[in-house]
Ligand binder design. Structure first.
Ligand SMILES: [Fe+2]
Length: 441
């Protein structure tokens, strides 16, 4: 009896296998490769090798073993179900295999409302409700005290958007903020970017998990005291992700504007983040060099790579889009330098050698001028409260500082609001020009 059953099951399996192999044989090469990649446990497109421990399409139980108590508390209070694990990676079916599929994601032009554009320049509703407004440096960074982001009305949100576009980054300590509320705020400032590959808070696409400790656990990234800065010397050879100066998602058709990182677990000391101003980076250049760069365009590429359908064995390639190198901000009307080491590949209209030399100089301008940067110390914060940084990703670069060496937990959630289609208005002024500040050389 059991032999008969075994024989029949074997036959059934064989006929399934035959059918499968028939499908494979009838399929064109690109589809065959797609099936092989999707069906394999070990093959992944767009993620680093040595990551077979990755879990797709469901919460990861392993994450719970290191999930900090403060983050757990925030999720429990917000009704986020972490009973099966955390964080969640989109399903493997949703991850593009081919470049053309990845390129098609958010490739449409959509109307963007620039919330800061018509806001009160004096920001009376926002500043009037705050107990203190502290400019952290002359050129970058403002901290607002005495307000809960979750309670802001639309007028205050518009004024905050304008303040962010003037001061690059705005900080709020002592925040009680659920991931859902963070997402809702992000949706007010623009179309929220939903990454097809990044880890997200369970059930909430658009809330990207910023948690290097988890990436280390999954063998994706292992940062040490020795290696954590090497991407700042050569990002092509030694990409060190968020620890290298970069802008987020510059290759998008409409790259992020307001970007909101909320840390709910903060090291007692260390794990700071730095920002640098793109208005000021532009104003650091000589007036002659500005004229040369105005109107130039550059190719921007994605962090993740995908297969070329017409050349699948040519190795994974990055998504590329062309944007102006000098952009105009729609709310302030000021010009800014739109480059960063991670995403800007080459300048159009000059030779590759010239492009490399110019770009490396422009990256240096952002990275080496301490007077156009701010370094923010996130903590300490009271138990049960997190800290928020909201920056305009168009007009800035940022990086994290790994001095805590991963010895203290650090966890955050990020929401990126996509913004305008990049443009350059030749009539627009630089920030210092518009404010009447010295441009003496
Ligand atoms: Fe980033």
């Amino acid at each position: 009896m059991s032999n008969t059953l075994t024989a029949s099951s074997t036959l059934k399996l064989r006929s399934q296998a035959d059918k499968q192999s028939q499908i494979y044989n009838e399929e064109p090469l690109d589809k065959k490769i797609e099936h092989i990649v999707r069906d394999s446990k070990n093959l992944h497109i767009g993620v680093k090798p040595n990551t077979s421990k990755l879990v797709f399409g469901q919460p990861d139980p392993e994450g719970l073993t290191i999930l900090p108590e403060t983050t757990k508390q925030r999720f429990v209070e917000s009704g986020i179900d972490i009973s099966r694990g955390y964080p969640e990676r989109p399903s493997k079916e949703a991850v593009p295999v081919y470049l053309d599929e990845a390129f098609a994601i958010r490739n449409d032009d959509y109307p963007h409302i620039e919330r800061g554009k018509n806001a009160d320049p004096e920001k009376k509703a926002l500043f009037g409700a705050a107990t203190e407004v502290i400019d952290l440096t002359k050129n970058v960074g403002t901290e607002i005290v005495g307000l809960q982001l979750a309670d802001l009305n639309d007028k205050q949100k518009d004024e905050l958007a304008l303040l962010i576009s003037e001061r690059i980054v705005v900080f709020f300590r002592h925040q009680k903020l659920s991931p859902q509320k963070q997402l809702e705020l992000g949706e007010y400032w623009g179309r929220v970017e939903k990454h097809p590959q990044a880890y997200q808070v369970n059930g909430l696409p658009g809330i990207t998990v910023i948690w290097n400790d988890f990436a280390a656990l999954k063998n994706q990234k292992k940062y040490t005291f020795k290696n954590n800065n090497i991407g700042n010397f050569d990002s092509v050879k030694y990409n060190s992700g968020s620890l290298s100066w970069h802008g987020d998602l510059s290759q998008e058709n409409q790259p992020p504007g307001v970007t909101h990182l909320h840390l709910d677990t903060i090291p007692d000391n260390g794990g700071d983040t730095m920002w640098a101003s793109g208005y000021a980076a532009y104003d650091k250049l000589s007036e002659e060099f500005k004229k040369f760069l105005d109107g130039k365009k550059a190719v921007f590429s994605s962090a993740h790579k995908y297969l070329d359908r017409n050349d699948p064995f040519g190795g994974p390639k990055r998504i590329e889009r062309v944007h102006p190198l000098v952009r105009t901000h729609p709310a302030t009307g000021w010009k800014y330098l739109f480059v960063n080491r991670e995403h800007t590949e080459r300048i159009l209209g000059v030779s590759p050698v010239e492009s490399d030399i110019i770009l490396n100089y422009l990256f240096d301008v952002y990275e080496k001028n301490a007077d156009i940067q701010v370094r923010f110390k996130w903590g300490p914060t009271e138990p049960g409260y997190g800290v928020s940084a909201l920056w305009d990703n168009r007009i800035s670069q940022h990086r994290a500082v790994w001095d805590h060496e991963g010895n203290d937990a650090r966890h955050g959630t990020r929401v990126s609001s996509l913004s305008d289609k990049p443009y350059f208005d030749p009539k627009s002024k630089s920030q210092r020009e518009a404010l009447g500040l010295s441009l003496e050389e």
